[in-house]
Design a protein around this ligand. Structure first.
Ligand SMILES: Cc1cc2nc3c(=O)[nH]c(=O)nc-3n(C[C@H](O)[C@H](O)[C@H](O)COP(=O)(O)O)c2cc1C
Length: 317
């Protein structure tokens, strides 16, 4: 089945970040020829299927040219199968399975990166999701390069392919490497050589130029970007935005978080402050403006952002 992505660059699933408010803003700001698709945060599936209603909430109300895949994480095969079926009913264009989450909670449930110690579990999980979607949408898998070593990359990606994954994303760090700044893209090249299905390379893309470089150096077909998109949501197109545009993104993000009830107004400001810690777009957080991070009040932060947005608007013809 053809993959629905509109371009080779994809926004990574990120828990606590790629809920509909942030994700939709990134999708709106990058044309389909620059950003090919995105994913929900992982939806944890424990011992009973997640409902169509819950999955719809993760997908959000807005639709884009680019697909937003539902990502599931769980080890109970029957629950995974039924949830994958519900994802199709909820309108998901793709179901992705998480075999990378390093959190202890995931490990206790034998989900996420726990499956990296049991390739058979990866294969069975993908098979279960395939049964659930019954040919309606593709099933993909996202893996880390290993649990505590990267010697079995080939075994792991082949297990996903054997289960029927139509794309394998390899986050090139092992679970033990967590989010180390150093990455080894040759592991992605090994995955590409090991399977016949397309591989999506992930890990250590810091800037727009890295997208093409990772593809060239590893031979992967797609590249997924996580944290770099949190600092610069325009990383997919490579457009250098003026300060006002960056400020407007953050203002809109705050508004949507509060309006949708995702967070309180204070919580929305907290999320934006969190983003500002690594934010690079529009040169907002340079020397003097780094003072924003210390802004104690939600309204104070909003005022600063509005001033930047307005200053630029006045300068526009
Ligand atoms: C805050 C945060 C939340 C994440 N949540 C998820 C998740 O829900 N599902 C998943 O597969 N990976 C998750 N990841 C991993 C990312 O998708 C990605 O694989 C990782 O950040 C490496 O890519 P990067 O170096 O471009 O950031 C998360 C990463 C971060 C930083």
């Amino acid at each position: 089945m053809a993959l629905p992505f509109t371009a080779p660059w994809l926004l990574a699933p990120m828990e606590g970040v790629t809920e509909p408010c942030f994700r939709d803003l990134v999708l709106e700001r990058n044309a389909p020829e620059h950003l090919g698709g995105a994913f929900t945060e992982f939806v944890r599936v424990v011992d009973h299927p997640m409902s169509v209603k819950v999955l719809r909430k993760h997908l959000g109300a807005r639709r884009f040219a680019q697909p937003v895949g539902v990502q599931l994480m769980g080890a109970d095969l029957a629950a995974l199968e039924a949830t994958a079926a519900n994802a199709v009913a909820a309108g998901a264009p793709l179901v992705d399975l998480n075999f990378g989450c390093p959190a202890k909670g995931a490990l206790r449930g034998c989900a996420g990166s726990a499956a990296l110690r049991d390739p058979g579990q990866i294969e069975r999980s993908v098979q279960a999701a395939r049964r659930g979607v019954a040919g309606a949408v593709p099933v993909t898998a996202k893996l880390r390069a290993g649990y505590d070593h990267a010697g079995d990359v080939e075994v792991l990606v082949r297990a996903a392919e054997a289960g029927g994954a139509e794309l394998v994303t390899l986050h090139c760090r092992t679970r033990a490497e967590h989010y180390d700044p150093e990455v080894d893209w040759s592991r992605i090249a090994r995955a590409v050589a090991a399977v016949g299905v397309p591989v999506c390379g992930n890990g250590g893309v810091d800037a727009h130029a890295d997208l093409e470089r990772l593809r060239r150096e590893s031979g992967c077909a797609y590249v997924m970007v996580g944290r770099a998109a949190l600092g610069d949501p325009w990383v997919f197109s490579g457009r250098a935005v003026p300060p006002a545009e960056a400020a407007r993104f953050l203002l809109e993000y705050m508004d949507r978080l509060a309006e949708t009830g995702t967070t309180s107004r204070g919580g929305a400001a907290g999320r934006v402050k969190q983003l500002l810690r690594t934010w690079s777009a529009g040169g907002l957080v340079d020397g003097e403006r780094a003072a924003w991070l210390g802004e104690p009040e939600a309204e104070g932060l909003r005022g600063r952002l509005e001033a930047v947005a307005a200053a630029q608007s006045r300068a526009e013809p």
